[in-house]
Design a protein around this ligand. Structure first.
Ligand code: NAD
Length: 283
């Protein structure tokens, strides 16, 4: 028996909280909080993501501003656009949709966003704060995973948590967040020798490796809480996670589906970061 951790429903609850804060902010300051999404080039997946961010803004009452540029935009031009948005008091959050067109250094662009408007939580200053004590603006996907664990009532203090993946946007920050909640954290990656053995002792598994159905039920500890961050497109066009849901759900105590698990949380947490940024800038 397992409990399904319903990301769609939990994302709805997060957005409902954000909506209340947005309303209070708008009444207090006579303006809506505003999120600017920058899209350079015409990557079809990016267009879909930007559209869903605009839709989520609409749901919670955040003003959505889209800045679209051709793929030919230079790094310098893009940095100048970001600098102008940093100075604009009408913009509270800036998100640069990745990937960027060839020839533009992602790191330089992410560093150009003012830390207090960095609603993606990718600026080195926010990443550093996360390592120290916890940042005000934390990366959305890992923050969404933590929200899922907490709202699903998964005990964290003292739990053995295994994170699979060590990227800067998911694996590393989620490991720090779990550590902050007093989990005993193990981080696995492509060079890990004995993943199966390590997983056998995991009360919590967060998988962010981008390998379709790589984690199977026989690898899990009975009753484990499983958060599947992976989004993998199969040849037939279907989307699956890193976890083989069918076998894993027979062993796990709680598990997220893909789609409908972590995915909806990422955008909900982006909305939360935008209202946090707006409140902070006006405090
Ligand atoms: P990434 O490619 O940057 O990192 C993958 C990590 O997995 C690496 O650290 C690598 O060492 C590790 N890895 C790869 N193969 C492994 C193996 N066989 N065993 C153990 N570790 C292995 O990817 P990312 O950007 O961190 O994203 C990971 C996955 O999460 C992708 O499927 C991505 O699409 C998905 N993702 C989902 C969301 C969301 O909103 N749900 C957000 C971001 C990323």
């Amino acid at each position: 028996m397992h409990a399904l951790i319903d990301g769609k429903e939990i994302a709805r609850l997060v957005r409902a909280d954000v909506k209340v804060r947005v309303k209070e902010f708008s009444e207090k300051y006579g303006k809506k909080p505003a999120l600017c999404v920058i899209l350079a080039g015409d990557n079809p997946a990016s267009k879909v993501y930007v559209a869903s961010k605009e839709k989520a803004c609409g749901w919670v009452g955040i003003r959505s501003v889209a800045k679209k540029f051709p793929a030919s935009i230079t790094e310098e031009e893009l940095i100048n656009e970001i600098r102008a948005l940093n100075e604009d008091p009408g913009i509270n959050g800036i998100l640069v949709q990745l990937p960027l067109p060839k020839g533009i250094n992602e790191e330089n662009i992410l560093c150009a966003v003012a830390p207090e408007k960095d609603v993606d939580g990718f600026h080195p200053m926010n990443a550093g704060e996360l390592m120290r004590a916890g940042a005000t603006l934390e990366p959305c996907t890992p923050a969404g995973c933590m929200e899922l664990l907490k709202r699903a009532g998964v005990p964290l203090a003292g739990a053995n948590a295994v994170v699979i993946g060590r990227s800067n946007i998911v694996g590393k920050p989620i490991a720090l967040m779990l550590l902050r909640e007093n989990c005993t954290v193990t981080v696995c990656h492509s060079k890990t020798r004995n993943l199966k053995e390590i997983l056998k002792n995991a009360d919590i598994v967060v998988s962010a490796m981008g390998r379709p159905k790589a984690v199977t039920g026989d690898m899990l500890k009975e009753g484990a809480a499983v958060i599947d961050v992976g989004i993998n497109r199969l040849e037939d066009g279907s989307i699956v996670g890193d976890v083989d849901f069918e076998s894993a759900c027979r062993v796990a105590g709680a598990i997220t589906p893909v789609p409908g698990g972590v995915g909806p949380m990422t955008i909900a947490m982006l909305m939360k970061n935008t209202i946090i940024a707006a409140e902070m800038q006006n405090a």
